[in-house]
Design a protein around this ligand. Structure first.
Ligand SMILES: Cc1cc2nc3c(=O)[nH]c(=O)nc-3n(C[C@H](O)[C@H](O)[C@H](O)COP(=O)(O)OP(=O)(O)OC[C@H]3O[C@@H](n4cnc5c(N)ncnc54)[C@H](O)[C@@H]3O)c2cc1C
Length: 462
């Protein structure tokens, strides 16, 4: 009865095309990749304004109705999965870019704007939104803020957190907290917005954001190089950081087994043979196209002379640049190599990555159900991804694989989630990265914000 009353009250605040119930719910999905599993939910609401979000949440609070927030549905931790008694708030109709302030270098937008649209809008004004990750064409800015997305340029520009200047959020009781400031410095008390960034929609619904932009670079140069050992990968990183006058913006490591899988029987080009242990994609962003290209080329040549690297190619055209970056960005190829897959996103100190990943691989190779092991990642941030493929769907095997990947984290003060978040899938392993006291404090914060536990329940803590 309560649910019927809730739906009736929702009808009084939303237009017909903003409220989907019954069979209309089944036309939706909980993830962009699971296109064969229809959504389970009592209703999907599609607000257009912050006020509508607030009214929906107020009603849900009144009826103790659990809410699952849907952004672009690209997260990799089960954050947008639903149960049939839950209600979805999708931000997709809140897709307005409200303002680009070229002088303050900010962009203000509703949270449902696709990240790539923000990047393009900034580029039209010769400004850069340095968020760059594989799912940017589908992910929304509200989702990126809530997940504190990272990506390919973090070590130069930081995570999403470093780009957020202002935020508007609806709390689990419907209260609107609006702080759409364009200022960089603000020490007037607690920096409340930080609590919502990266908390995966457990504390509030992000409705509008102000992001900091950078001057757009005028040059982009890239090289693809082969390296013999992990020690030399670290040496190369240090060398390029010191020689490229602060222009180094990307340094992505690909293990031999991953490079082979990406380039064998796929349409991707193979810029270098697959005889080497490691491959690194290097990006430099600067202001002088010719000089920046030559500077990168010079130091790639010197790295060859010094035997830090074994072989290298420079991207000479836009097309070649796009082709070499595809080897890192089209990771869906890796997921397609086995029937079932597990995605990992761990952080470990840079100096230990080579050794730890090797020992994880050795352990995984002893499990007969494991068919594919593909490591790659943002090594300059100490962040490595793994896509591990299995031929059977068995929860025991899933747990064994999780334990192998997560077991070195506590000892080496790493993290089970560098950038993808905790969601539903990683909650069980949170203690590998956080102390009992930290988890207790997170639980207390959740209770304070959401005493009825109606907003994105089950994620991160409970
Ligand atoms: C191919 C691919 C590559 C990827 N590469 C990267 C990468 O390099 N780096 C990286 O960090 N991530 C990466 N991801 C993960 C994912 O793209 C990011 O986490 C992204 O930020 C999620 O945005 P979204 O709009 O899709 O959010 P969703 O998946 O819809 O939601 C993410 C979480 O935030 C909540 N949420 C969504 N919108 C809001 C809102 N407005 N307010 C409050 N809560 C909200 C959801 O309930 C969910 O818990 C990748 C994913 C894919 C599929």
């Amino acid at each position: 009865m309560g649910k019927d009353n809730l739906i009736e009250e929702l009808k009084s605040i939303l237009k017909e095309n903003q409220l989907l119930i019954k069979d209309d719910v089944l036309t939706r999905f909980s993830h962009i990749w699971k296109t064969n599993e229809p959504l389970q939910a009592i209703a999907v609401t599609l607000p257009r304004t912050t006020k509508e979000v607030s009214e929906i949440v107020r009603l849900c609070s009144k009826y103790d109705q659990q809410i699952i927030i849907h952004g672009g549905l690209t997260n990799l931790v089960g954050g947008t999965e639903t149960q049939k008694n839950q209600l979805v708030i999708s931000l997709e109709k809140m897709n307005l870019i409200e303002e680009i302030d070229s002088q303050s270098k900010t962009i203000t937008a509703q949270s449902g704007v696709i990240v790539e649209n923000l990047i393009n809008a900034a580029a039209e004004k010769e400004l850069l939104l340095p968020l760059n990750f594989g799912a940017k064409g589908s992910a929304q800015i509200g989702g990126a803020v809530s997940a504190n997305a990272g990506g390919l340029r973090v070590f130069r520009y930081g995570m999403t957190r470093q780009m957020v200047l202002g935020l508007e959020v609806v709390l689990p009781d419907g209260t609107i907290i609006s702080s759409l400031k364009k200022i960089i410095k603000d020490n007037s008390g607690y920096d409340l917005k930080q609590l919502f960034i990266g908390s995966e929609g457990t504390l509030g619904i992000v409705t509008r954001v102000v992001l900091r932009l950078q001057e757009a670079p005028k040059s982009r140069s890239s090289a693809f190089v082969a390296v013999k050992s992990y020690e030399k990968v670290v040496k190369l990183l240090k060398y390029l950081e010191s020689e490229l006058s602060g222009n180094l913006s990307g340094f992505e490591l690909i293990w031999k087994r991953t490079y082979k899988a990406m380039t064998e029987s796929t349409e991707l080009i193979k810029p270098l043979s697959d005889d080497y242990e490691y491959y690194v994609l290097i990006e430099s962003l600067g202001s002088q196209p010719k000089e920046d290209y030559e500077l990168l080329e010079l130091h790639i040549e010197k790295s060859l002379e010094k035997e830090i690297i074994e072989d290298a190619v420079m991207a000479k055209t836009e097309k070649e640049l796009h082709q070499i970056w595809q080897i890192r960005e089209d990771v869906a190829i890796l997921a397609s190599k086995a029937k079932f897959d597990q995605h990992f996103d761990i952080s470990i100190p840079i100096s230990l990555i080579g050794k730890i990943i090797n020992s994880i691989i050795t352990e995984l190779e002893n499990i007969k159900e494991v068919k594919t092991i593909f490591p790659f990642g943002h090594v300059a941030d100490g962040n490595i991804h793994f896509i591990i493929g299995r031929d059977i769907d068995n929860s025991e095997i899933i747990d064994i694989i999780n334990s192998i990947v997560y077991s070195p984290l506590k000892k080496h003060k790493g993290s089970l989630s560098a950038e993808h978040g905790v969601g539903l899938h990683k909650k069980k392993y949170l203690q590998t990265s956080r102390s009992e006291e930290e988890i207790k404090l997170m639980e207390q914060i959740k209770i304070m914000f959401d005493p009825k536990n109606i907003l994105n329940p089950g994620r991160i803590v409970f």
